[in-house]
Write a protein that binds this ligand. Structure first.
Ligand code: SPV
Ligand code: MN
Length: 624
């Protein structure tokens, strides 16, 4: 104890130390003491919930050049290094004890070896820098969902982003009971040149689940560095596994149905597949766009948004398709833009924003002009495909009133969706909980996107849209979902959607705003107000119901021929998908539940029977 205090006295000012010691939890003092001894910062800033401290963070991010103010002075831009533009999956590893294995799906490293590697990488990493110590709460404050989280970073951009994204928790930490579990995050950007982290070849995100700690170094990209986002999700999945609840990569929103009723739905989509745009769709209200905790309370599933802001993909955000966020991003409400193009006049532009492309500006490659090429002779786009915006949810006019409800909201429906060119129909409902969990959640595939490093457009197994963050053996994770369903008296309905169906010429088969109709149909199904057609893979809408909903929701005519094309059951493609999924589970998931294989087999038999009667591509009304 004494040792920790003397270490802290060496690095903190008396004022900083007083702020830290006002939090009685000794583990907090210990963690900070270990971090300063390792990273050896020049100074330490302990951030409370006060406006003064929070303003200091933003001001310093700008003063140090980690962010630049834009024409609208509440807006700023941050650039990550050219090779540090997305989540790095291969450098993200779970530390495992000797003899432990999380299965072949997850990158792992021996714990002892990993911890000594961290010592090497982070030793002295904050020389000449200021360390920031911040306190947050994941989930609403003072709720059974709350998880306190301490973040240490040397990036004022990271600390500033977290202000917009998370609930400040300094006072909350002061009143924590001694035995409350805390998540711990330590981040250093490493060496900076012109405020950009240059050590990307030696970057890493190491997850030490045993100590509830995540270390991140030599990177600035938010997906690797914002401890409360994906690093904390990985720890939360372990915690949920121990405590029988679910930590998910899911939005949370309310669909507004007939008579003004609200039906809350969660949705799991891989990064870059329409999750954020669905969560803030016109006509609905948003609780969160990325992370949800789900618990069983009085036999019902209740959920909260882990966050209170959005770190959203800005590519394709346009006035026409995304009016809500467009307005927010063009208002004076605080926003951080990252890896966009900034014009000479100080305005952000991004890919597919529906405007004329500026001929020059500054982007993640430095000064940019049309035709600029990289070292391989490839043309550098005007902005990165994974460019982002960071805003607080309270600035959204369609924010749902339940964001801070400590009891969460009751979940009526759960949606799974991926970037799927040729198998699933635009919307279908599972026959029951287990069928949804196993043939939809556990069977999800999606094409890769710019949200992670590596090639885009490759079809990949993406169970529950959560594979990148699952920190327990996959079979165990699936069993937890089955058990969760068994323990609720009122199971939410499970749906699968597909916004990315394509024809043989790669044209998309559905318009972007059709999502609104699929959501309204799900609401009617949850309340038992429309019938459905039972196909081999799930229950699909009837044409008449969709025609009515297209008229009511979008004032559009919905052609019967479009319905037929979109809802055709593509048997060979669906059979091939079952083969792919089954093989992955048989070959690489030794603890997969037996029921998974049974349900996949039943689905295959239903598809084969239908094929015998109706052929390969089956008109949806053949199943009436
Ligand atoms: C995602 O990629 O799923 C995101 C952004 O939500 S990141 O912070 O990179 O995880
Ligand atoms: Mn995400």
């Amino acid at each position: 104890m004494k040792d920790h205090i003397s270490t802290l006295e060496k690095y903190l000012t008396p004022h900083g130390l007083a702020k830290l010691l006002a939090i009685p939890n000794r583990d907090v003092h210990k963690f900070v003491a270990k971090a300063v001894a390792l990273c050896e910062p020049m100074k330490v800033f302990v951030c409370t919930d006060s406006q003064e401290d929070i303003d200091y963070i933003r001001r310093t991010a700008i003063a140090r050049g980690e962010e630049t103010e834009l024409a609208i002075d509440t807006h700023s831009v941050h650039f990550d290094g050219f090779f540090d533009q997305a989540r790095d999956k291969t450098s993200t590893r779970y530390l495992v004890s000797k003899g432990e294995s999380l299965g072949p799906q997850l990158e792992q490293r021996d714990r002892e070896d990993g911890l000594s590697h961290i010592q090497k990488r982070m030793k002295g990493s904050m020389h000449n820098k200021k360390m920031i110590v911040r306190f947050f709460c994941l989930g609403p404050l003072d709720s059974e969902f709350s998880i306190p989280c301490l973040q240490i970073t040397d990036s004022f951009y990271v600390a500033h982003s977290e202000d917009l994204l998370y609930r400040s928790g300094y006072d909350y930490f002061k009143r924590l009971p001694d035995d409350k579990e805390i998540f711990w995050m330590l981040h250093s950007s490493g060496k900076l040149v012109q405020s950009v982290s240059i050590g990307w070849q030696k970057r890493g995100v190491l997850i030490d689940s045993l100590a509830n700690t995540v270390y991140s170094y030599n990177t600035q990209y938010a997906g690797n560095t914002i401890g409360l986002k994906k690093p904390a999700l990985r720890l939360a999945i372990r915690k949920a596994n121990r405590e029988d609840w679910l930590a998910e990569h899911m939005f949370l929103m309310a669909v507004h149905g007939p008579g003004g009723r609200k039906t809350y739905m969660t949705g799991a989509f891989p990064s870059g597949c329409g999750k954020t745009s669905t969560s803030m769709i016109p006509g609905a209200t948003i609780v969160g766009d990325d992370l949800s905790y789900l618990k069983i309370v009085d036999g019902k599933v209740r959920a909260v948004n882990v966050e209170q802001g959005i770190f959203g993909i800005i590519r394709s955000v346009s006035k026409k398709d995304d009016p809500v966020i467009w307005e927010v991003l063009n208002s004076c409400e605080p926003a951080i833009f990252s890896n966009v193009l900034i014009t000479e006049e100080g305005y952000p532009h991004w890919l597919d924003d529906g405007r004329v492309m500026p001929p020059r500006g500054v982007n993640h490659s430095g000064p940019w002009w049309i035709g600029k090429i990289d070292e391989h002779g490839e043309e550098i786009p005007m902005a990165h495909k994974n460019a982002r915006y960071t805003v607080n949810l309270k600035n959204l006019p369609n924010l749902d009133s339940a964001l801070e409800d400590p009891h969460g909201v009751e979940v009526g429906g759960i949606i799974y969706g991926g970037r799927d060119a040729d198998t699933w129909v635009p919307v279908q409902q599972s026959f029951n909980w287990n069928h949804g969990v196993l043939t939809m959640g556990a069977s999800l595939e999606s094409k890769t996107t710019a949200a992670t490093l590596g090639p885009s457009g490759e079809r990949k197994f993406q169970p529950f849209s959560n594979l990148d963050f699952i920190s327990i053996p996959l079979g165990q994770y699936i069993k937890n979902h089955l058990k969760f369903g068994k323990n609720v008296s009122k199971q939410p309905c499970i749906f699968a959607v597909n916004y990315f169906q394509q024809d043989e010429n790669d044209n998309y088969l559905t318009e972007k705003d059709a999502k609104r109709v699929w959501l309204q149909w799900m609401d009617l199904r949850i309340h038992g107000e429309v019938e459905a057609i039972k196909t081999p893979t799930g229950n699909i809408p009837k044409y008449d119901d969709l025609q009515k909903l297209f008229k009511e929701t979008l004032s559009q005519e919905y052609l019967h021929e479009d319905y037929v094309t979109q809802f055709t059951i593509r048997v060979p493609e669906l059979l091939a998908k079952i083969e792919r999924i089954e093989k992955i589970y048989r070959d690489t998931v030794p603890d997969a539940p037996a029921e998974l294989f049974t349900l996949l087999d039943e689905q295959r038999n239903r598809l084969k029977e239908a094929q015998v009667s109706f052929g390969d591509h089956i008109h949806p009304e053949k199943f009436v």
